[in-house]
Structures are given as C-alpha cells and as structure tokens.
Design a protein around this ligand. Sequence first.
Ligand SMILES: [Cu+2]
Length: 140
Amino acid sequence: MRHRALAGLLVGAVMLFAACSSSGATAVPSAVAPSPAASTAASTPAAGGAACSQSASAGQVAVTIKDFTFGPADIQAKVGDVITFTNNDSAPHTATLDDGTCTTGTISPNSSDGLTFTAAGTYPFHCKIHSSMKGTITIS
Ligand SMILES: [Cu+2]
C-alpha cells in the first residue's frame, strides 16, 4: 500500500514536470494541456462576446453626441470604466459595437446610457440608427 501511494505520487510529479517543461517548446497533447481557456481569454478579448456590457451608472468617461457625431469619436478608457454617452441631439442614437457583442439602449434626446468593458482592446462602434455615425473605443 505504502509503495503504491509513493509510486502514484512520483508519476504525478513526473507528469507535472513534463507538462511544465514542454509547454513552451512544443504543443502539449490536449489531454494534459494546462488551462487552455486562460490563454485564449487573454489573447482574444471579444471571444464569446462578454468583453462589454451596458451600464447606466455614472460614468468615468463622458462622450457627448451632438450633430450626429460622437464627441470624441476616439474614446480612451480603462477596463472597468463606464463610458457614458449623452445625447444632445433631437434624434435618438445608440453606441453599438461593430462586432455586435454589445450596445447601449436607444438613447433619447437629453438622456444618456453607458458601456463598460472587462478586457483591453480596440472596439469600433457605430450608431445603429445612423450608420454614418462611427467611432472607436480603446480600452487599456
Ligand atoms: Cu444616431
């Protein structure tokens, strides 16, 4: 019994060592690949569409929509910031990611809505109602 347990430990240790030492050089067989989900999540933030969500709470980054233009159109924010879009036009607008993963609600004149991101990246967006309204959100 005691020897069996020891042998099991040894095998486990060897397998761990093998997995560690080979992970950088060659492809590890999928059965022992260490948490592939973690690496894909880091390199492709938009995968699964969960990088962004709508948020109505008070934002750290303010964007004004006026004369059918996002101001600024080039938006810089950090992970976790709420980007609040305030509509100063007489027409309704949205801020919708080009990849369709998330959108504000329809923002009526003199109201606002926001987006918040969980991953760094560059996210082109537009207004769903007026396709000529475009911008880019850069999350660091
Ligand atoms: Cu619009």
